[in-house]
Ligand binder design. Sequence first.
Ligand SMILES: O=C(O)CC1=NCN=C1
Ligand SMILES: [Zn+2]
Length: 425
Amino acid sequence: MGDTILIRNASQLVTLKGSSEAPLTGQGMSNLEIIENGTVWIKDGVIKAAGRDEQIMADYEAGNEAAEIIDARGRLVVPGLIDPHTHLIHAGSREEEFNMRLSGATYMDIMNAGGGIHATASKTRMASREELFRKAFANLNEFLLHGVTTVEAKSGYGMEWETEKKQLLAAKDLNEHHPIDIISTFMGAHAVPADYKERPEEFVDHIIDYMLPKIVEEGLAEFNDVFCEQGVFRPDQARRILEAGKKLGLKAKIHADEIEPYQGAELAAELGAITADHLLKATDAGIKRMAEAGVIGVLLPGTAFFLMAEFANGRKMIDSGVPVALSTDFNPGSSPTVSLPLIMNLACLKMGMTPAEVITAVTINAAHAIGRGKEIGSIEIGKKGDITIFNVPNYMKLQYSFGVNHTHTVIKNGRVVVRERKLVF
Ligand SMILES: O=C(O)CC1=NCN=C1
Ligand SMILES: [Zn+2]
């Protein structure tokens, strides 16, 4: 087909118009700017117009360009979904640890015994760049089939330079060869590797003095992330690493208050991090500080579900003025799922979010969480032609009818990449 697509007569066309400057907060997270019987006109990969069908078609028919027409009658049309927090690039899997946790072992018990992140790291160190690429490519196909058109991908399964670099190069390769856009984050501070176990401060220094400058020199990542957690990196160590990254131009992200309350939210606010992620154990003071500093809270209910832990209080965060985004946290240890639609349902049932807020959290707020609020995350003139069509008539049914993948058709950069639930790229 040519370079013009018309997606016509959507029962609900969710545009989120007017949200490109800053993430939506509070009541704003419910303003989806829906057009009933809406039509989107995409030309050369970019959104040219969006509005009521008769209005768009009058303009379109005044010209004489051929177009592929996609009939969206009875279907929901939203901006392509965005997953702002994944550990996509990794080798192996950890189902045996799942069994251990079902028998009572905790995530940290397993990690402290040399499993967990360390288990994945040893497999990732042995895997080639091509093997990492192939495994992640297959998982990106599944993300696409679930309506996701952009993902963030972290390193962090090396905790030594060669493997950290190898993961980020694999992410670059995927960005070039898969339709999904990949946004890269360096996470050398995912855990303290065994050979630095007795001298963790030296590992922190190694990240700051050696790895971070090379990340920037070689253009391997836009963000710098730290697992700030009891038994992993203390807040003072996380501060050193994130401040060093900021000095080099890397925006800060932080795995905060995931397992124990550890002042991660407060640190994110202090540093002006773009996001604080997890927040299952964030304090009221930390949430308040995040709202004041405009830090986006990226919530990962799949991890709480899989770790059999309490869920982050999304309701309180939204009511406190924190902009909230959602993510799968796709990784082999604490959230081995690519189903962002399941995350959306959990956000309603377990974190007190409304179906409307959830749509905002997986589109424009997720876009802002990876610094792409002006390019993606809403259906507005000039933005990328990234669109997901769901086989439900309205956005509420998407979260209501759970455990089913309702994705029907996906368009990435103005090209159909999933047609009636099948990959077509
Ligand atoms: O366990 C993993 O592989 C990923 C993870 N990092 C911090 N929490 C979970
Ligand atoms: Zn994570």
